[in-house]
Ligand binder design. Structure first.
Ligand code: F6P
Length: 380
């Protein structure tokens, strides 16, 4: 352990994700059992640092949490210390303040000398002023969307895929019985990783992802072909997908959030268009936050444990301001801020897209089989 680290703070930021507790447990147990340092849990992400809400985490506090969904520390995807909403102006506009000083005061009063932050690119961006003030920050990459640059996989993604796959499997039998088209909207923001992977895993007929704008007439043709064969169709659509020459569908805009756009609604739009164009009775299912809730599947428990352990190893080696990542199946670390403002989208020549096209899956663009560029893939 770097000689200066005696008390370690840990927080979870952004949206919750299966596997957060597994990381907290791995970090706390490794810190206490291997390095003899105290661990302080910060409640509700940066909100807890701003409001000085912290609690000690001992081995007993983290025992039994490996399998639990969510985060025992709580989280928050609005509290950015450098741009914190403290109220509203008479015209409704948010009032922004920089409350970094409050975070630094909490860290100083608690004698915390290093911080583990578990989150996505937004959480890493929130940590920037704290790192700039001299606190060592080690990041652990989290998101069900799997869209962080620098790491081939984030924990939580595979659980979200498993949940979406199960839902799509279940939609098959009801679609078959009623001879319907079933549209299932999944999460992922601007990236189609969940839709692509769950779509292939469930044998969905049409997969619509943000990286490949779709032509609704092509989708309708593919569904009509399906109806002449098996007599039902399953369409998985990523929340950030958009029609050719069209826009992404924003469900809600929250001006007080650092990430104000919440996608939602493309599933209903696609279903309405399919029914209108084909006459096939069509229903929509929006999986929403079911993809983020519940116990992590075993690969995510293992990945999260490895990330937590690796974060402690990086801290112990004396490195500063690093993000732990996995690349080519090896755990390593990169600059903490390498992910900020970037997204890892699905390459349109990804091998899984080529495999799906080869077996007749439609991406709504009318394209047939393509040759995949060789690339490492770490989806499973
Ligand atoms: O980034 C994770 C994610 O679940 C996205 O897939 C989704 O667009 C967003 O968070 C939803 O955010 P919220 O929980 O604020 O509705």
């Amino acid at each position: 352990m770097s000689p200066s680290t005696k008390r370690l703070g840990i927080l979870t930021g952004g949206g919750d994700c299966p596997g957060l507790n597994a990381v907290i447990r791995a970090v706390a147990k490794t810190a206490i059992l291997q390095y003899g340092i105290e661990v302080i849990g910060i409640e509700d992400g940066f909100q807890g640092l701003i409001e000085h809400r912290v609690r000690p985490l001992g081995v007993k506090d983290v025992s039994g949490i490996l399998t639990r969904g969510g985060t025992v520390l709580g989280t928050n995807n609005k509290a950015n210390p450098a741009r914190y909403c403290t109220g509203r102006l008479p015209n409704g506009d948010p009032i922004w303040e920089d409350v970094t000083d409050k975070c630094l005061a909490t860290l100083t009063e608690e004698r915390i000398d290093a911080l583990i932050v578990i989150g996505g690119d937004g959480t890493m961006a929130c940590a920037a002023p704290i790192a700039a003030a001299g606190f060592n920050v080690i990041g652990v990459p989290k998101t069900i969307d799997n869209d962080l640059v620098g790491t081939e996989i984030t924990f939580g993604f595979l659980t979200a895929v498993a949940t979406a796959t199960e839902a799509l499997d279940r939609l098959h039998s009801t679609a078959d019985s009623h001879h319907r088209a079933m549209v299932c909207e999944v999460m992922g923001r601007n990236a189609g990783w969940i839709a692509l992977t769950a779509g292939v895993a469930s044998g969905s007929d049409v997969i619509l992802i943000p990286e490949i704008p779709f032509d609704l007439r092509k989708v309708a043709e593919d569904i009509e072909r399906r109806m002449r064969g098996p007599g039902f169709a399953i369409i998985v659509v990523a929340e950030g997908a958009r029609p050719l020459h069209g826009q992404q569908v924003v469900g809600r805009f929250d001006p007080t959030s650092p990430d104000p756009i919440r996608f939602g609604g493309i599933g209903n739009l696609v279903a309405t268009e399919i029914q209108d164009l084909t006459g096939v009775e069509t229903r929509t299912t929006v999986l929403g936050h079911t993809q983020r809730g519940g116990t992590p599947i075993s690969p995510d428990r293992i990945l999260a444990t490895n990330f937590g352990f690796h974060a402690m190893s990086v801290l112990a080696s004396g490195k500063r301001n690093r993000l732990v990542v996995r690349e080519n199946n090896i755990f390593t670390d990169i600059d903490l801020f390498a992910t900020v403002g970037k997204q890892r989208l699905v390459p349109i020549d990804h091998p899984l897209i080529a495999a799906a096209r080869a077996i007749g899956t439609s991406f709504g663009d009318g394209a047939g089989s393509i040759v995949a560029k060789p690339m490492p893939t770490a989806l499973v």
